[in-house]
Design a protein around this ligand. Sequence first.
Ligand SMILES: Nc1nc2c(ncn2[C@@H]2O[C@H](COP(=O)(O)OP(=O)(O)OP(=O)(O)O)[C@@H](O)[C@H]2O)c(=O)[nH]1
Ligand SMILES: [Mg+2]
Length: 355
Amino acid sequence: MEELKEKAILVSVILTNKDKQTIEELSELAKTAGAGVVGMLTQKRKSIDKTYYFGKGKLEELKKLIEEKGANLVIFDNELSGSQLRNIEKILDTKVIDRTNLILDIFAKRAKTKEGILQVKLAQYKYSLARLRGLGISLSRLGGGIGTRGPGETQLETDIRHIRRSIVYIEKQIEQIKKHRSLYRKRRQKNLVPIVAIVGYTNAGKSTLINALTDANTYTEDKLFATLDPLARKLRLSDNKNIILIDTVGFIRNLPHQLIEAFKSTLEEIKFADVILNAVDISQSNYEEKIKVTEKILSELDYLNKPIITVYNKSDLLDILPKNTENEIYISAKNKTNLASLIAAIQSMLKQSCD
Ligand SMILES: Nc1nc2c(ncn2[C@@H]2O[C@H](COP(=O)(O)OP(=O)(O)OP(=O)(O)O)[C@@H](O)[C@H]2O)c(=O)[nH]1
Ligand SMILES: [Mg+2]
């Protein structure tokens, strides 16, 4: 029997001209999370409405669209505050979530290892805490003092306390796992095996590439965030030297900061890389923007000073294959095209960084 899907309407408030393509990505995210997209609504605005995020007229239009399409979920491309979520939900009488929550949900579904699960939980708790705190402020603004201390507020306080305690508990567990991880790393470093980390926008083909280069059987899928946990695989080069290839979680524009925070220990694997491969899906028209997103996240993590090879993947979908340069290699991980050039580029980059 087919799974009963949530029927979602996507809403995007466009504040700048650059925001155009994000609703398509939101649609991919919604599908990855298992929702069916039944409608889309966009609005251009100069500024954000504090109470409803966007205009009230548009909100009425959205309500009609929900009825018309029989939708039971509304997903906002923009990040909403706790009180905005609540206000919109009240008017629409339908579940409302924002992009951050959607991404967190996908991560929660994908997480398999203990560390992955803990990291996602941590991010989700931090997300909830921020939303609840916002509500706390808006509730206390309703007047404060006698009469406003209803059971609702008490419940809110209990919830906040519970979440805070859970956060501390999870952080301790993650710290423990981190220690184990660094032991492994030290052992690897002792063996002086160079590390090559594959990073890049989600769905660029990172896991396919690691599979093509080694006999790893990493999970790949034409969905966003197929990989959450870093996977290390040994690759023996022609000179009989080994390198370690590391697959990493995919990046996305406006990656929720709670997730970057929570996944810092996983992303730390990149810190110990000798060379970074930035995998890019060259078949996408906006691939340059995606390179920038990856570079921005790398720079936020302070890893941009490492030698980087840009690996233009999916070049089988191009009509003409552009020429490789020293740090730009065109490959097809799927067809295993040009992998020898990529390995040669890695070797030469490693040599340079050792000299
Ligand atoms: N045409 C073509 N498709 C490819 C190529 N490499 C990967 N793909 C497809 O692109 C999709 C994503 O591949 P993955 O390897 O899962 O991508 P990823 O970067 O690991 O994605 P996340 O783990 O979600 O961040 C899959 O459907 C692959 O089959 C390629 O060289 N050519
Ligand atoms: Mg992957």
